[in-house]
Design a protein around this ligand. Sequence first.
Ligand SMILES: [Zn+2]
Length: 344
Amino acid sequence: MTDIALEMPWLQNAWQDVQKRFAEDRLPHALLLTGECGVGKRAWADAVVGLLLCASPAVNTVSGKSVACGECRQCQLLAASSHPDVRVYSPEKSRMIKIDQIRSLSAFAVSSPQVSARKVAIIDRADQLNINSANALLKTLEEPVADFVLLLLQESGRPVLPTIRSRCQVLSIPLPSGDQAGQWLASKVAELEDDKQPTAELMAKSLMLAGNAPRLAFQYATGEFPGLRDEAFDKFRQFMKGQITVSEAAKAFKALGLEDMLWLFEGWAADLARLCAGGKANDHEAEEMIGFLAGINPAWRAHELLDLVREARAAGVYNVNPELEASRLLIAWRGLMPSRRRAS
Ligand SMILES: [Zn+2]
């Protein structure tokens, strides 16, 4: 009988909203939840699914909120990820949600529930619907079925078509405070075997790199991203100073994979925009170098770099070559250096 908002307090508002609508029996047929990557959107969706399908929701003694009982057959099927009345649609290899997946969702929406009173589908992530799948989804959104609820998850800063958005009840999750994120991360890490636990230093660094998005920080703290990122950052600095060639630098970025690579470049470009505007950088380790660039470049250069990342991400659907994309972005960054240091 866990209450998600006790575990992740920053989900409180989005969770309470659902609780209230559920209690008043006026749950919308489509809810769109927005939040940063790794902030806990899926945890929220899973808690909502539990509440909607549990045969006898119980009251959590600490929060006083209705939560899934965790014991009934519905809850057991959910825990085993084998509930027939729940479907999750997420991007496939192409990084997009395809029209076939939405056709399957539409058929599921109008089918009869198998073991529960209703069916629930999660689209994780609604910002990865291509234009055809988004159009196919409109029919389901326009002709709601009484026993079907759709939860759409959207990553902040990634657009969802207005035609989809306008047909959903929109909720958002804020980032937790540094303390909340740190506590959550520490509690998750404590569940790992002793020899798998990251050091306090790595945990702090992971939180910094993840911008305090806790689930992303956990993934970083237990994965290889921080090491690969350090290597890429080193090469990035050397390249900017004209010490190595663009292809040497690009190799280090390629090792991250396209998604993480673009994420890094995007973070640095956003930091450049912040520093140009007199703010602070999120990536403390890159602050000195990016601060130097902010001092000698106009702010529009930062936005140009952000646009380049967006273009690369849009092109990512068509299997672009990560090494070529890295080279293109690195060369654009080096255009920010004073010309006398721009060795070719
Ligand atoms: Zn239950």
